[in-house]
Design a protein around this ligand. Structure first.
Ligand SMILES: [Zn+2]
Length: 372
């Protein structure tokens, strides 16, 4: 899930990164500023000045977007909601908030903070315009930043998830109904409607002589619809899992192997020809660790015959773990956080089962078949 990006450093402890798709939009914006906006507003500049100001303005545009995301992040951190990173990408910026907000109020404040920062920036640049009226490049820059920050406020306040306005809307529905999942479903479905409207408007523009702009609006609509649909699915998934615990979905048949066994033996005798994917590693009768396909893969094939399970296993005390009474949804979130596909289920220091993502899917399927 985590995409490669170029790190720019940290602000308030949050890593800031550039997605590769950002360069495309940055180049397009610089080009349109230098080739269209500045030459239309101001004649008789040297060519180089158009390009220099195009570049500076594009950088300031993304600085504005970054400040918007930092606005969300600062408030999230005040509510002790972790912010994993901020990424600038082709559609602007996104702050990766690491957890669901604890309350409707927190969600409202985090969501509204970004547009408020953009609004403050718009007003700031608007008020600066008379001050720099005699300096054409600065006037052009501040005019553009006023416009773009107002546009950021207007676009982000559209009340469809995943836009900020959709989150504000979700917070209000959540506050009124006291039901976060229902609020999320409503806001995400409204988001899908807006995504669909964007696509319609974009297509209409494409066929009425504004092809480039129309195509761009179609892309934004598609992106919004995609994000909203993913949220709908996740929320339905979450409601189906609600009230169910790890012990109901875990599997108990994790085969045990002695720690003296070589990887070659393990692969030949236990993995091929059986569906086993995880193994408890025993020293005598005591479980000392766990072996996964992932660990085996890290050892070169030529060393399998001479490498023993004990050398490669994940030792018991280093294992990310869950307990049988943990909510399934919480266990899945832990897998995401820890970047693992399965968790040993441990009670009183003993592994009593394994929970993998597949186990959760199988459990859901069983629930559906039973019609519960
Ligand atoms: Zn925002």
């Amino acid at each position: 899930m985590i995409r490669q990006n170029i790190p720019l450093g940290r602000v308030m402890g949050i890593p800031i990164g550039l997605d590769y798709s950002w360069f495309l939009i940055f180049a397009l914006i610089t080009w349109s500023l230098a080739g269209s906006y500045y030459p239309t507003e101001f004649k008789n500049w040297p060519l180089l000045l158009y390009w220099f100001m195009g570049l500076v303005t594009a950088i300031m545009l993304f600085a504005s977007v970054l400040l918007h995301e930092l606005g969300h992040s600062a408030i999230a951190l005040r509510y002790e909601i972790p912010v994993k990173s901020i990424t600038l990408f082709i559609f602007g910026g996104v702050a990766h908030i690491g957890a669901e907000p604890p309350s409707a109020k927190a969600e409202f404040h985090v969501a509204i903070a970004g547009p408020l920062v953009s609004l403050a920036l718009a007003i700031f640049f608007y008020l600066l315009q008379p001050v720099v009226a005699g300096v054409e490049p600065l006037l052009g820059l501040f005019k553009y930043l006023t416009y773009i920050n107002f546009a950021l406020v207007a676009f982000n306040l559209i009340p469809g998830y995943p836009l900020d306005g959709g989150r504000v809307f979700r917070a209000i529905v959540w506050g009124v109904t006291k039901n976060m999942r229902r609020a999320t479903l409503i806001a995400a479905n409204v988001g899908r409607i807006f995504g669909f409207l964007f696509i319609m408007v974009g297509v209409w523009q494409m066929f009425t002589g504004n092809f480039g702009n129309g195509l761009w609006i179609v892309f934004i609509g598609w992106f919004l619809d995609h994000a909203a649909a993913a949220q709908v699915h996740q929320t339905m998934f979450q409601s189906q899992l609600a009230g169910h615990t790890v012990s109901q979905a875990m599997s108990n048949h994790c085969a045990a192997i002695p720690d003296e066994m070589t990887l070659q033996q393990l692969v030949d005798d236990h993995i091929f020809g059986s569906a086993q994917r995880c193994f408890l590693v025993n020293h005598g009768t005591k479980t000392v660790g766990m072996m996964t396909l992932h660990r085996i893969k890290e050892v070169p094939r030529s060393d399998w015959a001479t490498t023993r399970a004990a050398q490669v296993m994940l030792p018991l005390d280093q294992l990310k773990r869950t307990s049988p009474d943990t909510e399934l949804w919480a266990a899945l979130q832990q897998m995401d956080r820890d970047g693992v596909n399965q968790l040993p289920v441990i009670r009183d220091g003993h592994i009593i089962g394994m929970l993998s993502r597949e186990d959760v899917i199988t459990f859901l399927r069983t629930l559906q078949e039973l019609g519960t």
